[in-house]
Design a protein. Structure first.
Length: 388
């Protein structure tokens, strides 16, 4: 993650340029010099945060006067950050600085130096603890597929709230029950996502949804839940994915976190703790939610209405070739957005029409495709109207 443009003409307190900065970071991350990725005493996950010319102010102490310095950053977490400086800074020294959010807005921070370690030559790594925690996702936005959250570990006893697990793979349900045995969570399971939509979802503090959630895909269920007004955090979970269509589904899902399977006790507890322990609200969630340009999603859904109109005309004209082409386009969109019912029905009909050229026996299926396209397109129009 790069916090700002790297200007090769600038210098920081170490006097290093872009190339040397990159080499230094690589050296610090090399074997033998890297801190353990999961420290038992570390509370917050450290994420890469690159800014070779980060300016901070050191308040005056009995050792030095108040001064502004330009330093190279190394990483950041919910509770603090690590910087690289040319000289020793006394632990306890007060600092203040300005961080830039992903949105471009500025955020003032204050804190104090909690450690200073000599890393070789004039290089000192300085740990800073913030006076107030930040929402790390506002400053560092990893790909949703990375499954990154801000907590290193979570005590299950501290987990409270109401959680619904939807479409959960039966093979992992026993592990979930075991991992949550000592928690104070009120939780339940719903095998079928379509049935879950009939529950009072607003009563839950968190939804945990599987990629394959019964009659609906996980991403399809999440968008339905969002359309119904659900703003609470939603975790999407599934096995490691390689198919581009599944990757697109996850990115278009409006989930807040993707948790890959297989689950471990720590990965599950940290994912749940991200939203049940950390101080989130609906407004903050909306700001940092992984929203791959939702206007693009609405536009894609709107295209289904146009394709439904084309399909209607082509059916009346009994144009098998054009019907095949249109159904293929519809299937591609359905696969991309995780529209499970639409994807399933078009998957079979495309090949059969191509083989036979006879569309008469597919009249009912084509009518169903048409209806599903219009329903999806209308949900897009409804979403646009609700934003105005």
């Amino acid at each position: 993650m790069s916090n700002s443009k790297i200007n090769s003409n600038k210098r920081n307190s170490l006097g290093i340029n872009k190339l040397v900065y990159s080499k230094l970071l690589a050296k610090l991350e090399s074997a033998g010099e890297r801190a353990p990725s999961k420290s038992p005493t570390r509370k917050y996950t450290r994420l890469e945060y690159l800014d070779p010319y980060f300016e901070l102010v050191l308040d005056s102490t009995k050792h030095s006067q108040r001064r502004k310095i330009s330093v190279a950053t190394r990483n950041i977490s919910r509770g603090g950050m690590s910087i690289l400086h040319s000289s020793f800074i006394y632990p306890g020294s007060q600092i203040n600085a300005t961080l830039t959010k992903i949105s471009g807005s500025k955020h003032k921070i204050t804190g104090k130096v909690c450690r200073c370690e000599h890393r070789g030559g004039v290089i000192h790594e300085v740990g800073i603890i913030f006076d107030q925690q930040i929402v790390i996702q506002e400053f560092v936005k990893p790909d949703i597929l990375d499954g990154v959250n801000s907590l290193e570990s979570v005590d299950p006893v501290k987990l409270t709230g109401k959680v619904l697990f939807i479409g959960t793979d039966a093979s992992i349900t026993p592990f979930i029950r075991e991992y949550l045995l000592t928690s104070s969570l009120n939780y339940g399971f719903e095998d079928n996502a379509e049935d879950a939509l009939h529950k009072e979802l607003a009563e839950y503090d968190l939804l945990f949804v599987s990629l394959d959630a019964g009659t609906l895909s996980g991403p399809e269920f999440i968008r339905c839940a969002r359309d119904s007004g659900i703003k609470k955090p939603i975790i999407l979970s599934g096995r490691s994915v390689n198919e581009e269509s599944t990757i697109q589904q996850i990115r278009f899902s409006t989930a807040d976190l993707f948790l890959p399977l297989p689950l471990t006790e720590n990965s599950l507890l940290c994912a749940l703790g991200e939203f049940l322990i950390n101080d989130w609200n609906d407004q903050t969630l909306e700001k940092v939610r992984n929203s791959v340009d939702l206007e693009s999603v609405e536009e894609i859904l709107g295209n289904l209405t146009d394709l439904a109109n084309e399909l209607d005309s082509q059916t009346k004209e009994e144009n098998a070739v054009d019907i095949y082409i249109t159904c293929t386009k519809i299937r591609n969109i359905a696969s991309m957005l995780g529209l499970k019912s639409l994807n399933n029905i078009t998957l079979g009909i495309c090949d059969e029409i191509a083989d036979s050229g006879d569309i008469e026996k597919f009249t009912d299926d084509l009518a169903s495709i048409n209806l599903l396209c219009r329903t999806a397109g209308e949900s897009s129009d409804h979403g646009k109207g609700s934003d105005e």
